[in-house]
Design a protein around this ligand. Structure first.
Ligand code: GLN
Length: 193
């Protein structure tokens, strides 16, 4: 059975677990160092507040082990703040977090009025409900990055190899498309072992 570790410092980690379970995967929560050392086939970085999460990751000694696993090819799904954790660059900031995905993100990118909204837009060509909560978007990206979805010409979901980042919260909609894509990446990796 596929086993997914979900970073559980903040945010909607319970909802991620529910969808992954519904799709037949097993999940566990990552709260402290010993959790990060467990065997896992994939990692979910949920939403929250990326600056706080980044600080907690370091304080709890989770930053290095998780970064190493992602760099070694562990499939990862980062949603909203989770995408910011993956991004190589954050506009207006010198430092970043894991910096494993070749994207530049703009935080809180939709302004105050549009801080939170729900819309439907094509994800890999099929309509998907997307819940945005003080979300970032991907302002620019490197050659290895494939765009999965845009809203108003702004990139809101992308993939680079085994990493998926979404600006929206797929765990807050009933549609399991994004999590199913994530699990399919893991299954393909298994098959090629
Ligand atoms: N605005 C948050 C940040 O910059 C992200 C919001 C979210 O994850 N819903 O970290």
């Amino acid at each position: 059975m596929i086993r997914i570790g979900i970073l559980a410092l903040q945010g909607a980690f319970v909802e991620h677990a529910a969808i992954l379970k519904q799709l037949g995967a097993d999940t566990f929560e990552i709260r402290q160092r010993k959790d990060a050392d467990q065997e896992m086939d994939g990692l979910v970085l949920p939403g929250g507040e990326s600056t706080t999460m980044g600080k907690l990751l370091k304080d709890l000694d989770l930053h290095e082990p998780l970064k190493q696993k992602i760099e070694q090819g562990l499939p990862v799904l980062g949603t909203c703040a989770g995408l910011i954790l993956l991004a190589k660059d954050i506009e207006g900031r010198e430092d970043g977090h894991f910096k494993t995905m070749d994207v530049t993100v703009r935080r809180n990118a939709y302004g105050r009025q549009l801080g939170s909204f729900v819309t439907t837009a094509p994800f890999q060509g099929n309509p998907l409900e997307m819940v945005f909560i003080r979300a970032p978007y991907i302002a620019s990206y490197g050659d290895e990055v494939d765009v999965l979805a845009t809203v108003d010409d702004r990139v809101v979901a992308a993939r680079q190899g085994q990493m998926i980042g979404t600006a929206f919260h797929p765990e807050l909609s009933a549609d399991p498309t994004v999590h199913a894509l994530f699990l399919s990446i893991i299954k393909k990796e298994d098959a090629s072992d």
